[in-house]
Design a binder for this molecule. Structure first.
Ligand code: HMG
Ligand code: MG
Length: 306
């Protein structure tokens, strides 16, 4: 096994984690979470999304959150921008409040593309094309998420050929990095490896990340399977928060705490202080009146009290 010696974690908790919360979470709490994550050593944080507030009301405070963040040198702040309207809104603020990276999000499934972003896969590529070009002209890094890379809530299992097709289209319009997303957490290790293999036809291993929701408890296994292929970047969610509003029943991304515990146990560096990370997860979970959805967090906190 040729495992990476270092892993970069992108905490998507403030965006993917919170976007589906029914109760409005004040901007101040979201900013507090970002601050705690950067203090714990996270070097990339997916902060918010510039999408329709009618579709995703929880992200309506995007500009306020971006304005409120105390930037820490060396940290990359990313936001979702599905179209030019979103991109223009993301850069309407003074330059110091711009995101360092934007994320366009396409799907390997037609039905999910329609439900999530209200257009076909082909149309989504045409919407992303000017966004990618404008971002790159502004010196903003461009990542894309490939939703439903192994399974779709509407179409069922997704063939690797669909991922191959989508990754090729994203590469062609100038996307710099892609995330292989198991939106509904149905993937198992070999299926995830096939989706990564399809992506590797278009992107180098340094430009691919894993984004695994943990609905069926497979995300750590899928992370290990991806590590075995040399993938060293992962999106995870503080306290396991979240889910996608267009993927009913799907739970959050794998908890950052659980992934960091696993990686450190394997001798893989993340630069993250697990204790501070756990405290960040407790902070946001208390704000939502619930327990962190992370086994490692629970086990470590239990030991703290004895
Ligand atoms: P649309 O209906 O096709 O867009 O929405 P439109 O251009 O026809 O505009 C319709 C209305 O939306 C107009 O407002 C626009 O101004 C407004 P109205 O005139 O009706 O008042 N609008 C916008 N407002 C704010 N920001 C914008 C924007 N664009 C249009 N950027 C759109 C297209 C994509 C915007 C819409 O479908 C949408 O917002 N969908 C929500 C998508 C979303 O946030 N999904 C969750 C995030 S993705 C995810 O979780 C998956 C991921 O984690 C990976 C994985 O796990 O799979 C990334
Ligand atoms: Mg997601």
């Amino acid at each position: 096994m040729n495992l990476p010696s270092k892993v970069k974690i992108v905490d998507v908790g403030p965006r993917d984690g919170l976007q589906n919360e029914k109760q409005p979470v004040p901007a101040e709490i979201k900013i507090g979470l970002v601050h705690r994550l950067q203090d714990a050593g996270l070097t990339e944080i997916e902060v918010t999304s510039f999408v329709s507030p009618k579709w995703v009301p929880q992200m309506a405070d995007n500009a306020e959150v971006m304005r409120g963040i105390r930037r820490k040198p060396g940290v990359r702040y990313s936001v979702l921008t599905p179209n030019m309207k979103g991109f223009e809104a993301a850069i309407a603020a003074p330059r110091e409040e711009w995101p360092d990276e934007i994320v366009v999000f396409g799907a390997a499934s037609e039905a999910f593309s329609q439900r999530n972003i209200n257009c076909s896969i082909a149309e989504s590529i045409e919407r992303f094309r000017p966004v990618v070009a404008a971002a790159r002209e502004h010196g903003i890094h461009v990542r894309a998420a490939m939703s439903c890379a192994v399974g779709c809530p509407y179409e069922g299992e997704i063939a690797p050929s669909r991922v191959d097709m989508l990754a090729g289209l994203l590469k062609e319009i100038g996307v710099q990095h892609v995330g292989v997303a198991d939106t509904i957490g149905v993937g198992t290790p070999v299926k995830v490896q096939r989706a990564i293999e399809a992506t590797l036809k278009h992107f180098g291993v340094d430009d691919i990340s894993g984004h695994y929701h943990d609905t069926y408890g497979q995300a750590l296994g899928n992370t290990l399977a991806s590590l075995e292929m040399g993938v060293w970047q992962y999106d995870t969610s503080s306290a396991g928060l979240g889910g996608c509003p267009y993927a009913k029943g799907a739970t959050g991304n794998v908890a950052t705490e659980d992934v960091v515990y696993m990686l450190h146990g394997m001798g893989i560096e993340t630069g993250i202080d697990l204790d501070k990370l756990i405290d960040a997860g407790v902070y946001i979970s208390e704000a939502l009146s619930r327990e962190p959805n992370s086994r490692a967090s629970k086990a470590i906190r239990n030991k703290r009290t004895v």
